[in-house]
Write a protein that binds this ligand. Sequence first.
Ligand SMILES: Cc1cc2nc3c(=O)[nH]c(=O)nc-3n(C[C@H](O)[C@H](O)[C@H](O)COP(=O)(O)OP(=O)(O)OC[C@H]3O[C@@H](n4cnc5c(N)ncnc54)[C@H](O)[C@@H]3O)c2cc1C
Length: 666
Amino acid sequence: MSHDEDRQPGRERELGMDRAITRRDFLNGIAVGVGATIAGGAGSGIPGLEAMLAAAGAAQDTPGYDPPALTGMRGSHDGSYDVSHALRDNRFWTPATRPIDTGETYDLVVVGGGISGLAAAYFFRAGAPSARILILDNHDDFGGHAKRNEFRPGGKLWIANGGTAGIESPFPYSPEAQRLMSAIGIDPVALAAEAGKAADRSVFAGLQGAYFFDKETFGADRLVVGVPGGRGRGRGGAGVTWEEFLAKTPLSEQAKKDIARLETASVDYLPGLSNDEKKDRLSRTSYKDFLLNVVKVHPDVIPFYQPRTHGLYGIGIDAVGALECWAYHYPGFDGMKLDAKATGRMSYTARGDATPKAPYNFHFPDGNASVARLLVRALVPAALPGTTAPDSVLAKVEYPALDRANAPVRIRLSSTAARVRHVGPRGPAQNVEVSYGRDRKVYTVHAKGVVLACWNMMIPYICPELPDAQKDALKYGVKVPLVYTSVSLRNWTAFKTLGISGATTPGMYHTGARLEMPTVIGGYDPTPKSPDDPILVRMTRTPCKPGLPARDQQRAGHVDLLTTPFRTFELKIRDQLARILAGGGFDPARDIDAITVNRWPHGYAYEYNPLWDPDWPDGQSPCEIGRKPFGRIAIANSDAGAAAYTDSAIDQAYRAVHELTSALRS
Ligand SMILES: Cc1cc2nc3c(=O)[nH]c(=O)nc-3n(C[C@H](O)[C@H](O)[C@H](O)COP(=O)(O)OP(=O)(O)OC[C@H]3O[C@@H](n4cnc5c(N)ncnc54)[C@H](O)[C@@H]3O)c2cc1C
């Protein structure tokens, strides 16, 4: 949809832009129930800061405070990043800034309340049970990327992951990470078995996958139901061959022929090269170039495959190596007789995913927000009632309990660390002063040690005393922007009429839309009884700029996400669903109940991409240089492992705490 069409009032009415959906109108990204309760009082004297911090909100002890129930723009919600961006732009500190000393002292302050920060607090307390700990996070909820969204279409609770989807990683969880999971009650294999037994998905029986070809990219709007389940000439899972599928698409005749050849032929496209030479060549060629120049497909083929790597890499096949795509069994490699080993120049994710391992997977209804919630239960028992992982699913967080004066562990939300520096002479009397922006003011606390479990690129701004080489290394990785959208529908009769469970939409704003199949656990079971019942639709978007180097694509994605208002997302979502489901009687104005856009401009940790990054010697990669401890400050977070996974966040916390406790002992 063009911007001109965006402004067509008739079309907007048809799509339902004038309809009230759950709290959209006054949310638009700002937490309800927060803005009204921000304390007045003396200002900070920092130009513009009061407005910024007012937007961030701070009233986690207000009755009814319940961030998961908010809809609209979530993820990195408005207000959460204003202090960070002011720091980046050198607008935060002025001669008039007078931080307020809270007088609070802690054994440990953790900056960042994601899984890494929560795990750091957990590991620290495991070694020092009486330790007093403060965790600061700039969002209105804890968990970092592991966030929970809730909806109540037709009065029924639906829970969704706003970010981190599940317990699943390219490599096995480390013993330390497994011990932590087990200590907070998570046995992924047992939970998966329990949920598998409880789930009755018969209502979805017979629904198929589909592709939707949009007219802007492919020349015509067309839904093609039934996707070939595998490569080769067979009928695959959906009972359709590639030829049958392609015949229904609006692709050009040459593109159809080339896709059929690519998907079904077994050709050695690099004859005469050894296994290692082939792998090396493929690691230095993008999959797009491999298709165009080696397989020699027509350029019309590319849009069909372009976003296929978005989910894992945040960028398309123009910027992802062909060897990565071999590891994911993309077409084109069957005849090349490559050994099945994960060798050669591959990213962390592809190398791990190509390595067989025992299952250790589970998807809580809110994804790994449950891991964060169970960590919070371990750290602040009063904040989450219950004793088991299943019973946590429906438990409500008691937000006011997170930051109680007499509690050994406190979690302070909507609080952005702005400066972390050593104070006092070196030696046992030295401590670390942490200043943070919250509720229109700047506060300080003191700690014996600090773990920075926040994003690497933020650390040079809050910790300017670090050596320059370390600051440069911390700035190297560019986090991957992503959007996880959930749309709550009053019914899904259009999906049923069309016989689809969702559609891949390679040319559209979100690259797919699918019905949520809920995990049934701990008394949570929103599974619809019929298509007339409410449901969630999940959509993903990965803004990037094909043609640029990977990190520049991600920078462009940050700008895209931070400059796109919720209204634009809503319009695009309504238009996209209306077009995909047009033949099923879908009416976006009538059928959409609520929308939550989880915007993660700074999403996945940057993983090194063999196509764009050098092969650093051991110990010399930016994340290894960047995470070096500095006095009483240690660095955690998944960025420190250059691996965008929950277990990396936990492992980095374990390492950082170990380094910090050694520093505190010396
Ligand atoms: C959309 C999405 C889906 C994902 N899916 C999966 C998955 O299925 N499985 C999996 O294993 N991994 C997944 N990941 C990756 C996984 O979420 C992360 O690796 C992990 O949660 C990172 O935890 P963390 O604590 O290191 O960082 P974060 O979760 O990013 O937490 C860091 C926190 O620090 C805060 N912070 C930053 N600066 C400051 C400051 N100055 N002051 C205070 N706070 C600050 C941040 O805002 C954030 O809340 C996904 C990530 C995303 C974005």
